[in-house]
Design a protein around this ligand. Structure first.
Ligand SMILES: NC(=O)c1ccc[n+]([C@@H]2O[C@H](COP(=O)([O-])OP(=O)(O)OC[C@H]3O[C@@H](n4cnc5c(N)ncnc54)[C@H](O)[C@@H]3O)[C@@H](O)[C@H]2O)c1
Length: 429
């Protein structure tokens, strides 16, 4: 089946490459000419496991094309996916500028019946909004349906997640469009929920806000654990064995970040407010998350005995391991606060140094972990990359000025580190 993907970022590129891998003919469009040129050469601009291989395989077979020409890409397709970014605006609402632009461009390119699928995370009512924009902007009348098909992939395991989804949500008032979507995804083994567009749009926000709630909940428990002398890792384990709770998203740390959870929580909070509901629970989730970053900075300050003039080696900048994404990364926020408080910070991330360079202009960037901790008073672990777990900590010890480790991800072994002579501080233990 012929598909066009508009917006070739994390979601669009993975969706396009994986649909091509399923045997569909896919054209990915982006307005970023440099990105398109790189992709035409088979160069994937983001760090995502397996993605480059899938892209190259399908480029070579001719099943995957990249272009900046939205008009011809839409004209040749039966399915048109909208996968553009929907960042927070100044008030925390989802900014739909790019979705609206794309809807107008699709309208101008319509040449027959198409299913237009919104995969971007958007407020309830956006399916109708896109329908209205297309109706108003069409040059000649053509039949079309707009479907909400929210995306749940996780950066770092996005290719796997596309092929092994926990569920496929199709929000549509049109049986014809829903049946075509079902055919498009045939081959993926997952429960398929066909529902109305408003419910589909809400499922995405409700899911992300729920996961964010779990993270803030365990971080609040971690804080209490420190006060009462319990170990949050044992507590998470003991809770997780209960099927009703589960182990996922119960790791205490520096708080959630990334391009989705914070912005989607803010957007849902605003949707609630606009509809007359005070979502105090979700407000609390965001407050705990912000305070968690401040708690990490206070912890580092205590461990260092003050921050003014202290040299910190910070390991990790990405918002989680296995991605180069630094959008709303707690690691970046913490480094910024450390700099503001007068610390000298040298940072290293295996994949995200370049992406954080602009935001952390006051930091020094190191080419590897050992260089980052050279002469440091404190080593602060901020992202749980595997390579940080397997460093030669004897070598780290001799490179540092004083042997202090603050592990905001609880991913190092305090017994081993203490034996080597480090002072170790984790989270909630
Ligand atoms: N990143 C994730 O893990 C993830 C997961 C699920 C859902 N989502 C949602 O999916 C959407 C996309 O997220 P992303 O992380 O892929 O964003 P992204 O910023 O990585 O990619 C968006 C792409 O759209 C392009 N674009 C913007 N306007 C355009 C236009 N008018 N024409 C053509 N191209 C245009 C940009 O150049 C960019 O390449 C967001 O709504 C996000 O909330 C993201």
């Amino acid at each position: 089946m012929d598909c066009c993907i508009i917006g070739t970022g994390y979601v669009g590129l993975v969706t396009g490459a994986c649909l091509a891998d399923m045997g569909h003919s896919v054209t990915c469009v982006d307005r970023d000419a440099a990105k398109v040129a790189a992709l035409v050469r088979g160069e994937v601009p983001i760090y995502e496991a397996e993605l480059e291989a899938v892209v190259r395989r399908n480029l070579d077979s001719g099943g995957l094309l990249f272009t900046g020409d939205i008009r011809s890409a839409v004209a040749g397709a039966e399915f048109v996916f909208i996968t553009v970014d929907t960042p927070s605006d100044a008030e925390g609402n989802a900014d739909l500028t790019h979705v609206d632009e794309v809807a107008r461009e699709i309208a101008a390119a319509l040449d027959g019946y198409k299913v237009i699928i919104n995969k971007s995370t958007v407020p309830v009512g956006t399916t109708k909004r896109v329908e209205r924009i297309i109706e108003e902007s069409m040059r000649a009348h053509h039949e079309f349906d707009v479907v909400s098909n929210p995306e749940f992939l996780r950066e770092g395991t996005a290719v796997f997640d596309f092929s092994n989804p926990a569920r496929i949500i199709i929000g549509s008032d049109s049986q014809k469009a829903a049946m075509r979507m079902t055919a498009l995804y045939r081959g993926l083994d997952a429960p398929l929920l066909i529902t109305d567009p408003a419910s589909a749009e809400m499922i995405k926000y409700a899911s992300n806000a729920f996961l964010a709630t779990k993270v803030s909940y365990i971080n609040a428990i971690a804080d209490l654990c420190e006060a009462v002398g319990a170990d949050v890792r044992e507590v998470s384990l003991g809770m997780g064995y209960d099927d009703r709770i589960g182990f996922e998203f119960l790791k205490a740390g520096p708080g959630f970040g990334g391009s989705c959870f914070p912005k989607d929580c803010r957007a849902l909070l605003n949707i609630a407010r606009e509809n007359g509901y005070d979502f105090n629970l979700l407000q609390g989730v965001l407050v705990v998350n912000r305070e968690q970053q401040e708690r990490m900075v206070a912890k580092i300050e205590r461990a260092a005995g003050g921050l003014q003039g202290t040299r910190i080696g910070a390991l990790g900048l990405a918002f989680k391991a296995n991605t180069d994404d630094v959008r709303e990364s707690p690691a970046v926020a913490i480094v910024k606060m450390l700099l503001e408080k007068g610390a000298a910070v040298t940072v290293y991330d295996p994949e995200a140094n370049d992406n954080a360079a602009e935001e952390l202009a006051g930091a020094e960037f190191a080419p590897d972990a050992y260089a980052a901790v050279k002469d440091a008073d404190v080593l602060v672990l901020l992202t749980e990359w595997d390579e940080f777990k397997w460093l030669d900590y004897g070598r780290v010890l001799s490179a540092m000025k004083s042997p202090v480790v603050v592990d905001t991800r609880n991913c190092l072994d305090p017994v081993v580190l203490r034996k080597l002579g480090f002072t170790y501080e984790g989270v909630g233990r």
